[in-house]
Design a protein around this ligand. Structure first.
Ligand code: MLT
Ligand code: ZN
Length: 473
């Protein structure tokens, strides 16, 4: 992936793009086709700064009809399309490839103007949102009707409906509500020829053939451009408590979750942190969660009936290895900020783009895998600082390797993946494959599985115009 990291101003635009741009301007309006390098810059670099690409234009449609006409024009003129939502993805999947010698032009299709959210159906508990509506805005809209969006993540202010669905994002509520795929009732998407696929029903049971919305979830923009999503909404718990405990061992955190369930409490979220991460976040302005430090910290949000605070205190008292703990009624934003501040604090503290590896292992293997992963890159060949955190209830560890000399990025990635596969885990728990992990999909899927995915891709996008270089090499 060293190529995709190089800043590429791009050679002379391929012949024929001018005609296509004229047509695109007629569809979305002059001001919504950006070609100025400064105006395009933010759309060509990912959040991590590790992936940069080149494009002939950034096109910002407003409606499904405009997306359909944009895609039809691209199909007619052979222009490739990189679909972009909030551009908060962490695997390079939402930015275009570097200019690769292809004679085909490429546009970024940004959903930034597609932010409409419909009325909440309080009986059917669902809401429709355009692809560019943010997770935060959808949750706010649901909240006004006493409901909540089942997806939440630290990037809620920027991450979009289309982005979380196309990457099948997980986030902090996954343990309780499932991933983005589980929140979908219906979907509207534009296929590679410009036709509109519409599966839009609030029916909970509807078994007429293939589940195409599920197929598009997690397809990372390679099969269609998602334009609208009908999301199921959830009833938030009446009362919940957030506790952060400093613990001696990862095992203690795992045991705490099991004990919470056995005690009849509902685990709404469960996050693991380390002293290295908490110290870094504290350096960036957040308060330390507990007075006494621990080598590890577990944040749990628990709900149930009765006196949740007393039940949580009792639970913490009965759990081995608890050094210190704090409790606050949900939403306990300050406690959550200490967890959610990790990504930014880590990004700001590394001298090189962080090698971010989002992996999962079976819960029973988690303590051992966590220990092994904490040692990756810690040797005398080159300096490298691992900081691990993650969604412990899902066996999902975010392995962040700081200060990795770029020429060693592949080496440390393979060390991590070696540990993951030896423990029966996945090389991508919730961030997807993007550009970052294309070379390693065989570690997660066998040959027949990969060939079937290629067959589906070839059937829906035979000319490879949608998100080239993402998911498939
Ligand atoms: C998170 O859990 O905060 C996100 O997945 C972001 C990250 O992994 O850095
Ligand atoms: Zn995460």
């Amino acid at each position: 992936d060293s190529d995709s990291r190089r800043v590429d101003p791009g050679p002379t635009p391929p012949a024929g793009i001018d005609d296509a741009l004229t047509a695109l301007r007629q569809i979305v309006g002059e001001t919504n086709v950006l070609t100025d390098p400064d105006a395009m810059a933010g759309f060509l670099t990912d959040w991590t700064g590790r992936y940069r690409g080149a494009a002939d234009a950034v096109v910002r449609p407003r409606t499904t009809d405009e997306v359909s006409r944009v895609v039809a024009e691209c199909a007619r003129s052979g222009v490739r399309i990189c679909v972009q939502g909030g551009n908060t993805g962490l695997v390079g999947g939402s930015v275009p490839p570097a200019r690769d010698g292809s004679t085909n032009a490429l546009i970024v299709l940004s959903t930034v103007r597609m932010t409409d959210i419909g009325d909440v159906d309080t009986v059917g508990r669902c809401v429709g949102a355009q692809a560019g509506a943010t997770v935060g805005a959808i949750d706010d809209r649901a909240g006004r009707s006493g409901l909540a969006f089942g997806i939440d993540l630290a990037s809620r202010a920027s991450a979009t409906a289309g982005g979380v669905v196309s990457t099948n994002a997980g986030g902090t509520r996954m343990i309780r509500r499932g991933n983005a795929r589980s929140q979908i009732l219906g979907i509207e998407a534009v296929l590679a020829d410009g036709s509109v696929l519409r599966r839009w029903t609030s029916l909970v049971k509807d078994n007429v053939g293939y589940d195409l919305p599920s197929l598009l979830a997690g397809s990372e923009g390679t099969l269609a451009v998602i334009t609208r999503v009908l999301f199921t909404l959830v009833a938030p718990p009446a009362v919940a408590t957030v506790a952060v405990a400093a613990v001696e061992r990862v095992e203690n955190a795992v045991e705490l979750l099991g004990a919470a369930s056995s005690a009849g409490l509902t685990v709404e979220a469960a996050e693991l942190m380390t002293e290295a991460g908490v110290a870094l976040v504290a350096d960036h302005g957040h308060r330390r969660p507990t007075t006494a430090p621990g080598p590890f910290y577990v944040l749990v949000e628990l709900s149930g009936t009765g006196d949740i605070e007393s039940a949580t205190t009792e639970l913490l008292g009965a759990t081995d290895g608890v050094i210190d703990a704090v409790l606050e009624p949900a939403p306990a934003r300050a406690l959550w900020a200490g967890r959610e501040g990790h990504t930014e604090a880590i990004a700001r503290s590394s001298s090189t783009p962080v090698v971010k590896l989002d992996i999962s292992v079976p819960i029973r293997a988690l303590p051992e895998a966590f220990a092994e992963l904490s040692r990756v890159g810690v040797d005398d060949r080159f300096p490298c600082r691992p900081i691990l955190f993650g969604h412990i209830g899902d066996g999902n560890i975010h392995v962040n390797l700081l200060d990795v000399p770029p020429e060693h990025a592949t080496e440390v990635t393979e060390s991590v993946f070696g540990i993951v596969t030896a423990n029966g885990g996945s090389i991508s728990a919730e961030h997807g494959i993007g550009r970052a992990k294309v070379a390693w999909t065989h570690l997660g899927r066998d040959a027949t599985d990969l060939a079937t995915m290629r067959t589906i891709k070839a059937a829906l996008d035979p000319r490879g115009l949608l998100n080239p270089g993402v998911l498939f090499g």
